[in-house]
Design a protein around this ligand. Structure first.
Ligand code: FES
Length: 138
């Protein structure tokens, strides 16, 4: 079953920023790219570098390490048609960004004993893309 879990308020992720979300065993890179949100598996299929610290060109996130590329909307790897990484659906409701996670009972899916899913989420915000205002800090 797909469950949309609250991640963060929209105003904490302005255009050009990304966040790396840890939800149980999943690490997810969440991007605000030109005002739209995209969530993709954080670990590069090559050697696991964090895609949440990569840059985006024309809707494609580029791994910060050896520049493998992944389409934000499909997870396709343009350099290799046999490779595809995981993407996650994103919704916004009442100003909160939510990511769709597959759950088989909340405890198992989120890897915790708590029954409060949002508390299972940890996130860091790398300042990887060019901020709109270069003086801005998070
Ligand atoms: S780890 Fe991503 S391209 Fe090598």
């Amino acid at each position: 079953m797909l469950k949309f879990v609250k991640v963060m308020p929209e105003d904490e992720l302005p255009p050009g920023k990304s966040a790396i979300i840890t939800a149980g065993e999943d690490e997810i890179a969440l991007f605000n790219y030109k005002g739209k949100y995209f969530a993709i598996a954080n670990k590069c299929l090559h050697k696991g570098s964090p895609l949440g610290e990569g840059r985006i060109e024309e809707g494609v996130v580029i791994c910060p390490n050896h520049e493998w590329r992944y389409d934000l909307t499909t997870g396709d790897c343009p350099q290799n048609p046999f490779m595809k990484t995981k993407i996650y659906p994103v919704r916004v409701h009442k100003g909160l960004i939510r990511i769709g996670l597959e759950v088989e009972g909340e405890k198992k899916a989120l890897g915790i004993e708590s029954s409060a899913p949002p508390k299972a989420l940890k996130f860091t915000i790398p300042t990887i893309q060019k901020p709109i205002n270069p003086d801005e800090t998070l």
